[in-house]
Design a protein around this ligand. Structure first.
Ligand code: SF4
Length: 189
């Protein structure tokens, strides 16, 4: 819903300000490589659907990236189907819902995959670098790393949210789309 008014060209800004780290990472990799493997396409695609990206815009968005890598024709043949599928327009016509944190945290990304939860699946070095790029500094980084060491990944994400937005998030983060809408609410105040 909130995304309906945000045009595709504003994605980069919104991704930086309001995407949780798991989605921001996928988004940046997609922009960089013009490609994501299946697990990443599902995780990011359903998240974007959840924030209000319509099917036609989703097709245009993914095509703009993938066609730089595999060409528009191959995109139409091999990838457009699964995007329509996510929107319940193909196959069993199930209207798929975005993944929760729990589902993402328990996924098992392999080599070359970019899905999953960075708090669980990144190396310490990569996570520290990613937090720095998000604008989390000093003691806040150590607080996040402390939660990670104790395997409290959603609490680590909640602390990141609080550090970036400068306010407390008492309910905690349990869904990437909740992170997004809470962030947008904060920024629009
Ligand atoms: Fe994404 Fe949830 Fe992990 Fe945060 S805790 S990075 S929202 S999966």
């Amino acid at each position: 819903k909130e995304f309906a008014e945000i045009s595709i060209k504003d994605f980069d800004l919104v991704a930086k300000s309001s995407f949780p780290l798991c989605m921001r990472h996928l988004f940046e990799k997609l922009r960089e490589d013009h490609h994501l493997k299946h697990g990443g396409r599902m995780q990011l695609g359903l998240f974007l659907k959840g924030v209000g990206l319509k099917l036609d815009d989703a097709l245009a968005f993914w095509k703009a990236e993938f066609s730089q890598k595999v060409g528009g024709e191959r995109f139409d043949k091999e990838y457009a189907y699964s995007i329509r599928h996510n929107y319940g327009r193909e196959g069993k016509r199930t209207d798929y819902t975005p993944y929760s944190c729990q589902k993402i945290i328990s996924s098992t990304p392999g080599v070359g995959d970019h899905h999953g939860c960075p708090y669980r699946h990144f190396s310490e070095e990569n996570l520290r670098a990613a937090l720095c790029r998000m604008g989390v500094n000093g003691g806040a980084v150590e607080d996040v790393m402390d939660k990670v060491r104790n395997r409290h990944y959603q609490l680590a994400c909640t602390l990141t949210f609080e550090a970036i937005h400068g306010l407390s998030c008492d309910a905690g983060i349990n869904h990437p789309n909740q992170y997004f809408s809470d962030s947008q609410k904060t920024l629009k105040v």
